[in-house]
Design a protein around this ligand. Structure first.
Ligand SMILES: *Cc1c(COP(=O)(O)O)cnc(C)c1O
Length: 352
């Protein structure tokens, strides 16, 4: 690891990712609460049982809940439990499981192939999914078994309840299991203003990766199996993958604090609102184009390469991995609206 010059100067000017933000008060307080003495290890403790219960209450259904350290593990281990090695997983070509997880889904499933489909605004096109499923039915083709969708998507858009229902129906028709990468599930719930069940199990989602990290936790994601049969021996899968925390209570206590206080939704709504604010201000700048509808907590901008360089020169950090000239600005629970205004001012200056 490279040594960094200074810690605190790094706290400013960051719209690169929502995981640049720290730990919110509610999550921190819950960890402190869990730190008052000894407790059984490996999840055999009060906080873990209570966190599972709180998640069941949130989704208004009986479900199997597990906790892992990060999203890559949550996604890939969940997908591995839906598929055999000779199966395939259908997902969008921009899906995190394809572009940002180093082949973990293929690895943990012992080779299950990921099949990519296109679709506007980061959302799978259902005709393309059908085409991929029907393209071949012979024994030489890896049999499609899972459909993986991301909510909110990698491009900061959302599947509506109706769109999710259509996906669920398509999956059912073809006996596909549905996985949802919900690294930003909270942002989706806040933005759509729906009950969590409406965009998960009621729409046919079998297993959800429910993100904590980007929503203000120190660490950790929950894997929620609505189809409980698919959770068979998932605890062993986690352990073998090095994802069973021995001091589990520090992964799980924050879920209690975040869900009880409502901070999970408050944080997500704040991040969404900051992105909305950024988007509305940017739309007033003619030299800059908003690339995708900003429905969650990110805004993607297209502007001249020189302008991006000028913006970097002013100390702003952001990713430019989307196509040519596209820059992603990500808001978090901790984004300051004054910083949004500063960013807008510097964007204006950079394109001038
Ligand atoms: C951040 C993110 C994840 C999780 O990534 P980790 O770094 O493995 O925790 C998963 N899916 C999406 C869409 C993400 O943005």
């Amino acid at each position: 690891m490279k040594k960094k010059e200074s810690g605190h100067s790094e706290l400013k000017h960051h719209f690169a990712s929502d995981n640049y933000a720290g730990i919110c008060n509610e999550a921190w307080a819950a960890m402190a609460e869990a730190n008052r003495g000894m407790a059984s290890s490996y999840g055999d403790d009060y906080w873990t049982a209570e966190a599972c219960e709180k998640i069941r209450e949130l989704f208004e259904t009986d479900c199997e809940v597990f906790f892992v350290f990060n999203g890559t593990a949550a996604n890939s281990l969940a997908l591995a439990s839906l598929c055999q090695s000779y199966h395939s997983i259908v997902c969008h070509e921009m899906a995190h499981i394809e572009t940002d997880e180093c082949g973990a889904s293929e690895f943990f499933s012992n080779g299950t192939k990921v099949l990519l489909v296109p679709g506007e605004n980061g959302k799978i096109d259902l005709d393309a999914v059908e085409h991929t499923i029907h393209k071949r039915t012979d024994i030489h083709y890896p049999k499609p078994k899972a459909l993986s969708i991301t909510q909110a998507t990698e491009l900061g858009t959302l599947y509506s309840v109706q769109e999710l229902q259509a996906i669920g129906e398509l999956a059912k028709k073809h006996s596909l299991r549905v996985h949802m990468d919900g690294a930003r599930f909270a942002n989706a719930v806040a933005s759509l203003n729906v009950a969590p069940k409406e965009i998960s199990w009621q729409a046919g989602v079998d297993v959800l990766t429910f993100g904590g990290t980007k929503n203000g936790f120190a660490i950790g994601e929950a894997v929620v199996f609505f189809n409980k049969e698919l959770a068979f021996e998932f605890d062993y899968r986690c352990k073998q993958a090095g994802q069973l925390a021995s001091k589990m209570r520090f992964l799980t206590a924050p879920w209690i604090g975040m869900l009880e206080s409502g901070a999970w939704l408050k944080n997500a709504a704040h991040a969404n609102n900051c992105a909305r604010l950024l988007e509305s201000e940017i739309r007033k700048i003619p030299q800059v184009r908003v690339m995708f509808p900003s429905q969650a907590n990110s805004v993607f901008l297209e502007m001249a390469p020189e302008a991006l360089e000028a913006l970097r020169g002013r100390g702003w950090h952001f990713y430019t991995f989307i196509g040519s000239g596209g820059a992603r600005f990500m808001c978090s629970w901790d984004t300051d609206t004054a910083e949004v205004a500063n960013l807008v001012a510097d964007i204006k200056a950079s394109v001038a």
